[in-house]
Design a binder for this molecule. Structure first.
Ligand SMILES: [Zn+2]
Length: 339
């Protein structure tokens, strides 16, 4: 239970007083009559959204209907280290707003406690999806991805643009988002896209899964006979963090993993088939330390020539074929950290 939660409970035992909007005090007091207990949920949502912005709430600043002077994460209060950020949660806790009163800074903004993402759930229309045209089908064919696999995975293109692939993200059969990809390997996410693994519905009943580093690698493994495969939605970290694992709510780069925790908890064996380059290996390590090394296995990509290794599942599929890819996955070894 957070401090804010305790504070709400403590306050809720006191008689509630209607809020007074005129209070603009620059000092805070627990006993202020205008402070209403906020629902823990609303405060938690606000805290969750404020922390990445550098605004950390303590007991005092969780109180609604009052103005609080905090340190500004942008200018740090200048040389005098003033508490220059005027911060306010409105009385019903629906949103928080702030402004830094140092003229050279003036940082201002607001966040809402409701889950706005729920209001604009993505769908085929809002994501502007249309069936793949012949140009992109040919692009995939060259990578040995069949139309059958494209169809089963609902791969689309951006409507009106024959050069932008749209990988649809689904959960329980419903679209929850989309990643667009140009021929030049530029990526962006569709509006409202939920942070989850790509191919999530394919591991609902799986007790053994494969994790790859790109949507095309998932499609490649399907060509080799594996549907129990998901791809991470975002690229690899540059290197393995030297820090301890952050708490889940602060582990922003891996939020997609925690959002899928229920799917992963029942899995006994996880084969990591990320790219063979250093960022891909760093990703494998970051996944393994979150998933538990003891259930992780690792694919060893074969040598391409004297100097280099095959990069990923699609490259193996393309140059060695589906059977070879299948064998390589079968020969995954227990995970050992390269670090
Ligand atoms: Zn400032």
């Amino acid at each position: 239970m957070s401090h804010c939660g305790q504070m709400s409970q403590w306050l809720s035992r006191r008689p509630l007083t209607k809020s007074v909007f005129s209070i603009h005090s620059t000092t805070t007091s627990y006993a202020a009559a205008s402070s209403l207990p906020l629902s823990t949920t609303k405060v938690q949502i606000l805290k969750h959204k404020l922390e990445p912005l550098g605004i950390t709430l303590d007991n005092n600043s969780c109180l609604s209907g009052m103005y609080h002077n905090l340190y500004c994460p942008k200018c740090k209060g200048g040389q005098l280290m003033e508490r220059s950020l005027s911060f306010h949660i409105i009385t019903n806790g629906d949103f928080a707003m702030w402004r830094c009163f140092r003229p050279t800074c003036g940082w201002a903004g607001q966040v809402f406690a409701d889950d706005k993402e729920l209001d604009n759930k993505p769908d085929e229309e809002s994501l502007r999806l249309e069936p793949l045209g012949p140009k992109l089908v040919a692009y995939f064919k060259e990578r040995l991805i069949s139309e059958k696999t494209l169809s089963r995975n609902a791969v689309r293109q951006l409507s009106g643009d024959k050069n932008v692939i749209a990988f649809t993200y689904t959960q329980n059969g419903l679209i929850v988002g989309c990643k667009y990809r140009t021929m030049e390997k530029r990526f962006w996410l569709g509006k409202g896209t939920k942070k989850v693994f790509y191919g999530l519905d394919d591991i609902i009943h799986a007790t053994e899964i494969i994790i790859v580093e790109g949507e095309i690698d998932k499609l490649s493994l399907e060509e080799a006979g594996y549907q129990n495969c998901v791809s991470v939605p975002v690229g690899a970290p540059g290197k393995v963090s030297s820090k301890d694992l952050p708490p889940i709510e602060k582990d922003t780069a891996f939020q997609y993993l925690w959002n899928c925790k229920a799917y992963l908890d029942k899995v006994g064996r996880i084969i990591l088939a990320t790219d063979s380059d250093p960022p891909g290996q760093a990703l494998a390590e970051e996944l393994a330390r979150r998933l538990g090394r003891e259930r992780c296995w690792q694919v060893r990509w074969p040598k391409k020539d004297e100097f280099s290794f095959f990069k990923d599942a699609n490259e193996v599929l393309k140059y060695m074929g589906a059977d070879a890819l299948k064998r390589i996955v079968e020969n995954a070894e227990p995970y050992t950290s390269a670090h």
